[in-house]
Design a protein around this ligand. Structure first.
Ligand code: ATP
Ligand code: ZN
Length: 305
């Protein structure tokens, strides 16, 4: 199968996503909410999107930065940790490292942390001088430690990094953490965070063919709209006219509310507003204390500014 030179490579936007892993569900959900319908089977390397000129390439996350940098795909979704690590590796290998960040995504949050056996003392990163550290991210770790003049011996592991100290392979580890439960279960404690990561949408560092650019221009506002919607709420309530100023003042991140007459009422109105922030119970209780009633907080599915 020629992936590089055919009509589809000119006219269909090709996006690489993780085949199966921690980014997969959120990516597929995001695409679905953007109206990108990927056909079901996860077994196929290349999935055709039926309703839009887009092809989805399902691969290991580690391959995604390279596919973008080698211009095999137009876009890719990957964790910043993998992106930066791959970039440093490719620089050393003399391979191209160009890409454009299309946008940061609101999922895939994790941190790359140093962890040591529970019982060991810790005074700071300098304790790692001369230590063996097991990690999948030797470049990110080296960048951080050499900033502080610390030398270490990397032990490269691509999985089960957290068992390395117990197995006598390393003195410490540097691994991705979300909740910390895995570390605890392995008798380790997190002592320092060296990098914070989230998922990003990246694109090749070269202008797209006009047909593809047109698809990108259609999809980017949809992606932004879905993410903005996820963080926003539609708030409705009935409120005394006399209290509108005070009520507006405590609504978090709200744009100008719509004020709607209530039939048969002269001193009360309905107030509708889109809030870009979370509305806490405490705020709702304050609103009620100011005379608001029937307070509703409703999720928003899509937004287009
Ligand atoms: P693949 O088989 O595609 O190589 P993988 O096992 O290397 O998968 P995953 O564990 O699925 O990768 O993680 C993919 C990415 O998800 C990570 O590189 C990171 O950016 C992000 N991520 C989010 N939360 C976590 C977490 N709690 N632990 C590890 N990675 C996380
Ligand atoms: Zn991987």
């Amino acid at each position: 199968m020629s992936m590089v030179n055919n009509d589809a490579s000119r006219s269909r936007l090709r996006i690489a996503i993780q085949k199966s892993g921690r980014l997969t569900d959120d990516t597929e959900k995001l695409f679905k909410n953007c109206g990108i319908k990927i056909n079901e089977s996860r077994d196929h390397l290349l999935a055709h999107v039926e309703n839009l000129p887009i092809d989805i390439l399902r691969v290991r996350d580690d391959d995604i930065p390279g596919l973008v940098m080698d211009h095999v795909v137009d876009w890719g979704i990957v964790g910043q940790n993998v992106l930066e690590e791959t970039m440093m590796q490719r620089k050393v290998d003399g391979m191209p490292t160009g890409f454009r960040e299309v946008m940061k995504l609101n999922y895939g949050d994790c941190r790359l942390s140093v962890a040591i056996p529970q019982e060991k003392e810790w005074h700071g990163l300098a304790d790692l001088e001369g230590c063996k550290i097991a990690t999948t991210y030797p470049f990110l770790l080296k960048r951080k430690l050499s900033e502080q003049g610390i030398n270490f011996k990397p032990v490269l592991l691509t999985g089960s990094v957290e068992v390395a100290p117990r197995a006598g392979l390393a003195d410490a580890i540097c691994d991705l953490v979300c909740t910390g439960a895995t570390l605890q279960a392995n008798g380790l404690r997190e002592v320092d965070t060296i990098y914070e990561s989230k998922a990003v949408l990246i694109g090749r560092d070269q202008d797209l063919f006009p047909e593809k650019q047109a698809i990108a221009d259609l999809i980017i506002p949809r992606l932004k709209g879905v993410m903005a919607a996820r963080e926003s709420k539609y708030i409705m309530m009935n409120a005394p006219k006399a209290m509108l100023q005070q009520i507006k003042a405590i609504l978090p991140g709200a744009e100008n509310p719509s004020i709607i007459e209530l039939e048969g009422e002269t001193d009360r109105v309905a107030l509708h507003v889109v809030s870009r922030e979370k509305l806490f119970w405490e705020t709702m209780e304050q609103l009620k204390a100011l005379g608001a009633s029937s307070i509703l907080v409703v999720p928003i599915e899509k937004m287009l500014d």
